[in-house]
Write a protein of this length. Sequence first.
Length: 190
Amino acid sequence: MLLTVLRFCGAKKLTSNATFLLIQQHLVDGKLVERDVARLNASKARHLYVTPAIANLIDGADPMLGFPSAEATVITDRYLAGWLMVTSLTARTDPPRARPDLERLENVDEAWVMCFRKPRPGWRLFGRFAEPSKFVALHAHDRDALAGGAYEAKAEEMISTWKAMFEEEEPHRGASVEDYVGGVWRDVSE
């Protein structure tokens, strides 16, 4: 209702505010869960919103999947605390074996993945930035499900979910890692 009122009043640049309002609504209606720093003694500098299914996965609702995972906790805590995130804007890294924690996929509009390499076979959280330092993860897939070039197809599925949840609101766009992540980061694609 508030979103409709804001649009009706003729505000031109509502993307950030409208997206924030939709995130708040999805938190209230249970479609999203905001993650908190789990183990670090640090305040939250960035925000991570996930679906209840992803929250259950990370929290170990099905221990057969290998969660809770120390690596996943470390990566999400570092992200949330604003600490060092190894990133890639191009999914191509230098050296080629560098392993980003967070990378933007090429050939897909503003699709990002947060990478958990353990538990094996590894997991990827697919999502988009709603605003700087506000990552919304909507799908999780293990690496086996991504074999054979399935990244783009899974990213397109995530974008469809984004459109269903956020209507015509566009994701945040930027030119550098700083525009997305803020805090401390290192871009291994440079």
